[in-house]
Design a protein around this ligand. Structure first.
Ligand SMILES: [Zn+2]
Length: 640
């Protein structure tokens, strides 16, 4: 029996206004009640969130807020300190960690808010209340809030290129909106509203023309506008988007690219520079285009998305080829073993594609969300939910000396000195059910498949579906109508572009299915009607784009939405890992079966060669690598 969504507690991270220019709106009351993603959400709840809370204490984030709350004059008042020199001595300044420490607290709070919406938790509620109190106490009477500036420099807005002040404000706002939407907790919304009011009094036309070096305030201000109806927040978000590429503040030409400040957003044809910054900006610009009804801006963003996907994206959905500047590389510069592909960049990509999906309703955006969630994002967190990768290489030579604290050869880490990725994964896993489905005037669209339920409140009544599947291990998805509106309604199912030979039926009656589009079923529904979608999970050997020099002569193994990899532990004993080759001639013999390892995954075996002799290569989902003893790994495998 379907339950109707209770309106305040079913809203998600992106809620366009009634006047927004969107093709689709987030559906309500989606749940994930079992299966692949449920297990990862439970690990996030059981291990990730509690450990993250501990790390905020140990690393000093919490202490910084408490110190700021004392309101003491900075020890070095007026003196400019290079925030790039992170790890400032706590004894001399009272501040610990890099300049953006507050943002980790906010991201964790956002994760806690979505997790409590998913399932009640007294522990998380208590932590939320305590941290919210500390944040509120640290806020200045004028609304300003940034523990680094308050403790160390005493000079707000002195160097926005590197200070991350509006970046931290953006995460505060997102946490506040999440708390308000998930549990009607308004305290953090009050704090962030006071800060946002200070921002709109400080920045914009006729005031300071500067923009923050690290975007996210754009997305956050639009969402705060959506939550409060205050148009000044939307105006400032639009200003921050339009100002990029026009400001004089990033004085050195090489900095223009790094800060996404070389060309105006609406004139850009690709993303460049620091990947996470560029992607957050693109997502925020999409929000602005949606809320202001700006088809030219939206068209520019769609062009940028196409270029990034064609020329700058790893097979895993990972983005950002270069460690230098954490940046996008040139087109087709996508070396697997030196990939940066920051976990946060994958998450930002999902956020951007979700907004483009809402704006346009195009299946390609939901396809990329799926690819990125299952591969590029999920590789960033261990199976047990408590350790993380910052960078996500597609090939690793086990045993190499690490070159930095975030080098993947060190294996996954519990936390980082720059801890952006772990709480970003936590909030993404906790809000995952919000990306499953959307609704339009005519019906419900299901974009991602997980066991549970999805529902839409249509003008003609409530439409609800129960979803039964073991996806992505198996390709059969059954959707049963549990509540129906009066008259006709359309149920749309995404058929992934890779799903050639997919089939579907309603109550046993076959339907025509086209991969890379939505199967739209328009009819007068009855409770108990059953839709069966079968996505064939045959093993695919994917050849790389020949323009990517570093992977010529290789193939990757894919099955359904999952990219696979070879990990050393699964290969023939004594085999020299780098000498393994895929026998593409014999590859139709590739097959898959459930394995009792790595939480119960589907392994793929592929005929291979080693020194001319036939061997069997055993592949695991890429996202699951580095969950056993550390060894070599590769996604792109040379062909025999
Ligand atoms: Zn990160």
């Amino acid at each position: 029996m379907a339950t109707k969504p209770s309106s305040p507690s079913s809203r998600g991270p992106v809620e366009p206004t009634v006047s927004a220019s969107v093709a689709l709106r987030p559906a309500r009351a989606a749940t994930i009640t079992g299966g692949f993603w449920f297990d990862r959400q439970q690990a996030n709840r059981r291990a990730g969130l509690p450990d993250g809370r501990r790390q905020l204490h140990v690393a000093g984030n919490e202490e910084n807020l408490d110190t700021a709350a004392l309101g003491l004059p900075p020890l070095r008042a007026g003196e400019r300190i290079d925030p790039g020199a992170s790890g400032l001595d706590a004894d001399s300044t009272g501040y610990r960690g890099p300049v953006f420490m507050d943002s980790d607290v906010y991201k964790w709070l956002e994760a806690a808010a979505w997790e409590r919406q998913r399932e009640v938790s007294d522990e998380l509620a208590a932590d939320q209340e305590r941290l919210t109190g500390q944040i509120s106490a640290a806020q200045q009477t004028d609304g300003y809030l940034n523990s680094f500036v308050q403790i160390v420099t005493g000079a707000p807005w002195a160097d926005l290129r590197v200070s991350h002040e509006l970046y931290c404000a953006g995460h505060l706002i997102q946490a506040a909106v999440a708390a308000h939407r998930s549990s009607a907790d308004a305290e953090l919304l009050r704090v962030s509203g006071r800060f946002a009011d200070l921002l709109v009094d400080t920045f914009g036309p006729g005031r300071s023309p500067e923009v923050d070096g690290h975007p996210i305030i754009e997305m956050a201000l639009v969402e705060l506008y959506r939550e409060t109806g205050t148009t000044r927040y939307l105006d400032l978000a639009r200003f921050a988007v339009e100002q990029r590429g026009r400001s004089e503040q990033h004085g050195r030409p090489e900095d223009f690219v790094y800060f996404s400040d070389r060309v105006p957003v609406r004139e850009a044809t690709t993303l460049e520079g620091h990947a996470v910054r560029a992607l957050y900006l693109a997502a925020g610009a999409t929000d602005v285009a949606i809320e202001t009804g700006d088809p030219d801006l939206l068209a520019a963003l769609e062009t940028q998305w196409e270029n990034v996907v064609e020329a700058k994206m790893y097979l895993t959905g990972g983005l950002g080829a270069r460690w230098e500047g954490e940046s996008f590389g040139d087109p087709f510069e996508l070396s697997p073993d030196t990939a940066y592909a920051e976990t946060c960049a994958a998450i930002a990509s999902v956020q951007w594609s979700w907004r483009l999906l809402l704006a346009t309703g195009r299946a390609r955006y939901a396809d990329l969300i799926e690819r990125t969630l299952f591969n590029g994002m999920l590789a960033g967190v261990s199976l047990d939910g408590e350790s993380f990768f910052y960078a996500n290489v597609l090939a690793s030579r086990g045993g190499t000396e690490p070159t930095s604290s975030i080098d993947p050869v060190r294996g996954r880490q519990r936390w980082f000195s720059t801890a952006c990725c772990p709480p970003n994964v936590m909030r993404t896993l906790a809000q995952l059910q919000h990306y499953l489905a959307t609704q339009s005037a005519s019906g419900l669209q299901v974009h991602q498949y997980a066991p549970g339920s999805v529902a839409a409140e249509l003008a003609t009544g409530f439409l609800a579906l129960e979803v039964t599947t073991d996806y992505p291990h198996h390709g059969e998805v059954r959707l049963t109508l549990t509540a129906v509106p009066t008259g006709r309604a359309t149920v749309s199912l995404r058929v992934p572009a890779w799903a050639v030979r997919a089939t579907a039926s309603v109550n046993g009656e076959a339907l025509l299915v086209l991969p890379g589009s939505y199967l739209e079923i328009d009819r007068a529904w009855a409770v108990g009607d059953s839709i069966l979608l079968e996505l064939p999970l045959t093993v695919r050997l994917t050849a790389p784009d020949p323009r990517i020099v570093s992977v010529r002569g290789t193939v990757a193994i894919e099955r359904g939405p999952l990219v696979y990899c070879l990990e050393e532990a699964d290969q023939p004993a004594g085999a020299e890992f780098v000498d393994l080759r895929v026998d593409v001639g014999a590859a139709p013999d590739a097959h898959s079966e459930r394995a009792e390892i790595l939480g119960g995954t589907v392994m793929v075996t592929v005929p291979g060669q080693l020194d001319g002799a036939a061997v069997t290569l055993r592949a695991i989902p890429y996202a699951l690598w580095a969950n056993r003893e550390h060894g070599s790994m590769r996604v792109w495998i040379p062909t025999a």
